[in-house]
Ligand binder design. Structure first.
Ligand code: MG
Length: 166
């Protein structure tokens, strides 16, 4: 028996970390969270959208975000990372997959994300064009340990499920 080239379900995971520098606001999941530090990056530095992009690309075996959107390409300087998610989603649809659900964990010492979580989930759902009920976003501190714990970095992990409608 041969395995299907297009299984009903595919899963991908993504991870991203950016340095935090003086400035603000802090862009996470397409939302500008008020903060006195911002994410340093070639694009808008949105670790959530970068992790989600890598998770979608991983699920379809299409490489990684750096391959599709090089950080030496002037087109992506200051770019809205929603563009990267949109392109990864387009590639998934081209291969016959719709987004099933997305689960994200943000690692950040401060500020507290609880007051912004609903807005971040709503924005991520809008960017992914799926109902908010299919989007989960959790936040954890790093217990004061390492660069994340000292407030010098923000990281995000994402897992996505892709489903083949038929
Ligand atoms: Mg990144």
């Amino acid at each position: 028996m041969t395995r299907s080239e297009r299984p009903l379900l595919r899963v991908g995971q993504g991870w991203d970390l950016h340095r935090l520098v003086a400035g603000g606001p802090l862009r996470l999941a397409g939302v500008d969270v008020p903060h006195d530090r911002e994410s340093k990056g070639h694009s808008d530095g949105d670790v959530v959208l970068h992790a989600v992009t890598d998770a979608i690309l991983g699920a379809i075996g299409a490489g990684d975000i750096g391959q599709h959107f090089s950080d030496s390409d002037p087109r992506w300087r200051g770019a809205d990372s929603a563009l990267f998610v949109a392109e990864a989603t387009r590639l998934a649809r081209e291969r016959g997959y719709d987004l099933g659900n997305v689960d994200v964990t943000v690692l950040l010492e401060r500020p507290k994300l609880a007051p912004h979580r609903d807005a971040m989930v709503a924005k991520l759902a809008e960017i992914l064009a799926i109902p908010a009920g299919l989007v989960s976003l959790k936040a954890k501190t790093n217990e004061g340990l390492g660069p994340i714990g000292e407030g010098d970095a923000v990281a995000a992990m994402a897992v996505v499920g892709l489903v083949s409608p038929g």
